[in-house]
Design a protein around this ligand. Structure first.
Ligand SMILES: Nc1ncnc2c1ncn2[C@@H]1O[C@H](COP(=O)(O)OP(=O)(O)O)[C@@H](O)[C@H]1O
Ligand SMILES: [Mg+2]
Length: 256
């Protein structure tokens, strides 16, 4: 039997030859990534490698110069964010972007209200979805606070709660653990692996190696806009070129 017959479910996210050029700058070049339901893929790479550009092109915030973005098998290249929400896509930003004049609750409830109620007989209301999202990230007790009163860890939780309130099937996270303590990183890894166990597909830009090894099913290492190496985390992180990129030394200088 051919692979085509065997694989009946399309990946939750598939990019095919995705490219994004700014004038002469090739920020992203022919990037093909695949994330299935119930999987966590991690995007690695040095600063300026194109990780955020990738997330922004998938989310329709930057325009692809070439290539395709398929969500659940449907071609949604160049789709605006609101349309992607309808297709179960939610994201967080590298630098948290709360509405500063709104409370934690208003931020999350506002996001929940963007979801068109599904056709299920008793869909959870926006209010319930917002409450569940805040409880999930452990931020219910801060519901009446303004974002400016939150710590960085709490701001990252708020960012995640706003995404979860959209009831996504695909979650795109841009450095969700940057600046967090070891304990906060472990909490976030725990939450993401729980979401994976419930069938969510997650693509995370992440630098914290402990977290990458603990949660990634697959890793894509980007360098100068292209995938230098992809595969299981242990394999990618053992690649001498990958190690060299991270340490900033030429591959030949690394023994072994
Ligand atoms: N809107 C933009 N206009 C021009 N160049 C950009 C823009 N956004 C990103 N770039 C460039 O694309 C490259 C990749 O950036 P980015 O994806 O933010 O890197 P990172 O891997 O650190 O997230 C960088 O050289 C950056 O300067
Ligand atoms: Mg970035």
């Amino acid at each position: 039997m051919s692979d085509r017959v065997l694989s009946t479910t399309p990946p939750r996210l598939e990019t095919v030859g995705l490219s994004c050029h700014f004038g002469g700058v090739r920020a992203l070049s022919q990037v093909s990534v695949c994330v299935a339901d119930g999987q966590i893929a991690v995007l690695l790479g040095p600063n300026g490698a194109g990780k955020s550009v990738f997330v922004n092109v998938v989310c329709g915030e930057l325009r692809a110069s070439a290539g395709r973005v398929l969500i659940g098998g449907r071609d949604l290249t160049h789709s605006p964010g609101w349309r992607l929400v309808c297709h179960g896509v939610a994201r967080t930003f590298q630098i948290p972007r709360p509405l500063r004049s709104c409370t934690v609750w208003e931020n999350v409830y506002g996001a929940a209200g963007r979801v068109r109620e599904p056709s299920a007989q008793h869909p959870p209301s926006a209010r319930l979805r917002a409450e569940q999202a805040l409880a999930r990230v452990g931020l219910l007790h801060r519901r009446d606070s303004l974002p400016d009163c939150l710590s960085l860890a709490e701001l990252r939780k708020l960012e995640l709660a706003r995404a979860l309130a959209l009831a996504p099937r695909l979650l795109l996270l841009d450095e969700p653990m940057a600046g967090l303590s070891a304990e906060e990183i472990d909490d976030t890894v725990g939450l993401l692996t729980e979401l994976r166990a419930q069938g969510m597909a997650i693509l995370a830009v992440e630098h914290v190696m402990r977290a990458v090894l603990a949660m990634a099913d697959s890793v894509y290492f980007l360098h100068q806009g292209s995938v230098l190496r992809s595969g299981p985390p242990a394999e990618v992180l053992a690649d001498r070129r990958v190690v060299a990129m991270y340490l900033g030394v030429p591959p030949g200088a690394i023994a072994g």
